[in-house]
Design a protein around this ligand. Structure first.
Ligand code: BES
Ligand code: MN
Ligand code: MN
Length: 456
């Protein structure tokens, strides 16, 4: 059977299998789901074993890492596909139109947590390999899979694993589908990911909560203080005020700037789709530049004081906030965390004690457009979609990518099968059937393209 016929006649089964995968609530952040993350890892392992991959379920202090290898011939190039089977917590539950782990298919769309990020995209690659094996009896390259269960919590156990499995993971190229196309039916290669530095800040004042009438006006208020400190992290031009924050930032080259201006990006549509009435940010940079190529700082959560029904006249003695910075080349997450920590301490008014907790960090990563692997992938996309791939950066982070580049000394190609409108990390996450099936076809095409790459 030829590939097209095989893909066509397998669609229903490919969908059913993905729905089974999506029904496993593999939430990595919540230890109550540890049995489920394991089940998702075992699901991936079993599907790869069924295709005659040599599969290992590698234990870690938290969630298992699935590695698999289909060795064809030493003379052929090796491709490694990285992805993650873990998903973000589904809350707030009441905003889902159907339960997050009971996938629903309606109007050509799968609704379920993890459908786009990243189970649907991982599974498209497994089925892409399957299609080649079933129609040709083998694969055109040596193929490895590295599918982890901790990406959504910053991959704490994958990094040490990479260090001790360099040989097993040796590859010529890494392919990752864990992102989005610029628009429907618009093949996209992502050539830049942001890094991240994430902290929690806690402020403390009095020994206990205080009557706001009896004490107001004479004591420090941790909530007022923290709000002021957070507000002081940006100036009136939207620039981050942390001393030295921009020191290492690599500016966008004039060439890239010109390319960015040609990217099909509709600012009005962007705003409309997410329901905002303004797109504020750092002055002097276009919206796309800010989203893709400028570092940012955002308060992701804030808490303190009375949150119950009605009113309570009280001055709390603690407050907290979660703050993350998205980083661009060549910023270093440890350096930024230290600078932010020092500045928050400096900003604290008298009588306010500040404690900063490091939550996690990851480096930014770039895959130069002119690199051989990116160009090979672009050719495969052109074949499948009948149009040229476009090149995009993203504000999202995949912390392990820079480590994969450094440790495996391999080029990384990011080909997203999802859409920016897939509501990843949000209620009613979805993945279009069309993108799933096209993803499978693209995966096969990518393997064929890397097989016939002349050098390497
Ligand atoms: N798949 C995303 C990263 C992503 C988002 C790529 C948008 C392209 C576009 C990934 O699963 C993710 O959510 N990463 C986290 C990393 C964090 C937990 C360290 C992120 O970016 O918040
Ligand atoms: Mn992801
Ligand atoms: Mn994610």
């Amino acid at each position: 059977m030829n590939l097209q016929d095989y893909l066509q006649s397998s669609q229903q089964r490919h969908l059913d299998e993905l729905l089974e995968f999506l029904s496993i609530p593999s939430v990595s952040a919540l230890s109550t789901h540890n049995a489920d993350t394991r089940k998702a890892a075992e699901f991936v392992a079993t599907k790869l074993k069924d295709l005659s991959f040599q599969v290992t379920l590698n234990e870690t202090p938290k969630h298992p890492i699935v590695t698999a290898h289909y060795h064809v011939d030493d003379a052929l190039p090796t491709v490694l596909i990285y992805g993650h089977y873990d998903v973000q917590p589904p809350d707030p539950m009441n905003l889902w139109t159907s339960p997050p782990f009971e996938p629903v298919v309606k109007d050509g769309v799968i609704v379920a947590r993890g459908s786009s990020d990243d189970k649907g995209q991982v599974y498209a690659h497994i089925k892409g390999a399957e299609a080649l094996i079933k129609t040709t009896g083998t694969l055109p390259v040596n193929l490895k899979f590295l599918i982890e269960g901790e990406e959504e919590i910053s991959s704490p156990n994958l990094l040490p694993f990479l260090g001790s499995h360099e040989d097993d993971l040796k590859t010529d190229v890494v392919i990752i589908s864990d992102g989005a196309m610029m628009a429907p039916n618009t093949p996209t290669i992502t050539y830049g990911l942001k890094g991240i530095a994430y902290i929690e800040v806690r402020v403390k004042t009095a020994a206990m909560d205080l009557h706001s009438g009896a004490f107001g006006g004479g004591v420090p208020n941790p909530i007022n203080a923290l709000a002021k400190m957070i507000a002081a992290l940006h100036d009136s031009k939207g620039r981050i005020t942390v001393p030295g924050f921009y020191d290492a930032v690599l500016d966008v080259s004039p060439m890239e700037k010109a390319a960015l201006e040609k990217v099909p990006f509709d600012e009005k549509k962007f705003a409309q789709e997410i329901g905002v009435t303004a797109t504020p940010g750092e002055a002097g940079y276009s919206l796309l530049e800010r989203l893709w190529a400028r570092p940012t700082l955002d308060c992701n959560g804030i808490g303190g004081g009375f949150q119950g029904e009605g009113s309570k006249t009280v001055i709390a003695n603690t407050a907290m906030a979660k703050i993350s910075c998205r980083l661009v080349p060549n910023q270093d997450p440890d350096d930024i965390r230290d600078k932010l920590t020092a500045y928050l301490k400096e900003l604290a008014p008298a009588g306010v004690q500040v404690e900063v907790i490091d939550l996690h960090g990851g480096k930014p990563a770039m895959s130069p457009i002119e690199s051989g692997s990116v160009q090979t992938a672009a050719k495969a996309l052109q074949q499948v979609y009948g149009k040229e791939a476009i090149f995009a950066r993203t504000g999202g982070s995949i912390p392990i990518v820079s480590n994969l580049q450094d440790l495996l000394k391999a080029e990384v190609v990011l080909v997203g099968f999802g859409l920016e409108t897939d509501r990843v990390h949000s209620p009613n996450e979805k993945f279009d059937l069309e993108n799933y099936y096209k993803g499978i076809e693209t995966s096969s095409a990518l393997l064929n393209a890397f097989a016939s790459r002349s050098s390497q």
